[in-house]
Design a binder for this molecule. Structure first.
Ligand code: ADP
Length: 159
């Protein structure tokens, strides 16, 4: 069975990676799919995010990385996948995630959304928190892969 893990991943964090590693044990193939959303102003380009994720999942043989535009369910169908993976951190994630899962169900009855709860140590972690920390020059090696930490330092050094 193929599972799609869609998201912005701007940038990928250890929280995302924990979800990916666990999904990789449950499904034959996991596709981490970077959503190209023209309404969001990402810090890293899609190409940078894909490269960062690829480096971080290189040890997981059944995980691949891709990007997509448009509806997540359309992309999921195109990949002939039946499962969408999302991560749940706190109650605050729940409302929006439930709304998205229900909406996707109305668009594609055959696709199931499966939620993986975050690992306790990463329950506070989000891409936004990491960017906020990096903006003020604090270390973030304990939150993101080392390549991402370096890229964040470079970015905020220049900007
Ligand atoms: P989106 O813009 O689609 O929310 P994100 O990259 O922020 O993209 O998140 C992608 C998915 O990963 C979401 O389901 C989100 O809840 C989940 N996620 C984000 N951070 C964590 C974390 N620390 N632990 C577990 N899941 C997480």
């Amino acid at each position: 069975m193929i599972a799609i893990y869609p998201g912005s991943f701007d940038p990928i964090t250890f929280g995302h990676l924990d979800v990916i590693a666990r999904a990789a044990q449950m499904f034959a193939r996991v596709i981490v799919a970077v959503a190209i959303n023209h309404q969001k102003q990402p810090l890293f380009t899609v190409e940078q995010r894909i490269a960062q994720i690829q480096a971080a999942v290189a040890h997981l043989a059944n995980v691949e990385v891709d990007s997509f535009t448009g509806l997540t369910v359309s992309y999921t169908r195109q990949k002939q996948a039946k499962v969408l993976i999302r991560g749940l951190r706190a109650v605050s994630d729940f409302e929006l995630e439930l709304q998205m899962a229900h909406t996707n169900k109305t668009l594609a009855e055959e696709i199931e959304t499966i939620f993986l709860t975050t690992a306790k140590e990463y329950s506070f972690l989000s891409s936004s928190v990491v960017k906020e920390i990096a903006r003020y020059g604090a270390p973030c090696e304990h939150l993101v892969p080392s390549g991402v930490a370096i890229a964040l330092r470079d970015y905020f050094h220049r900007n």
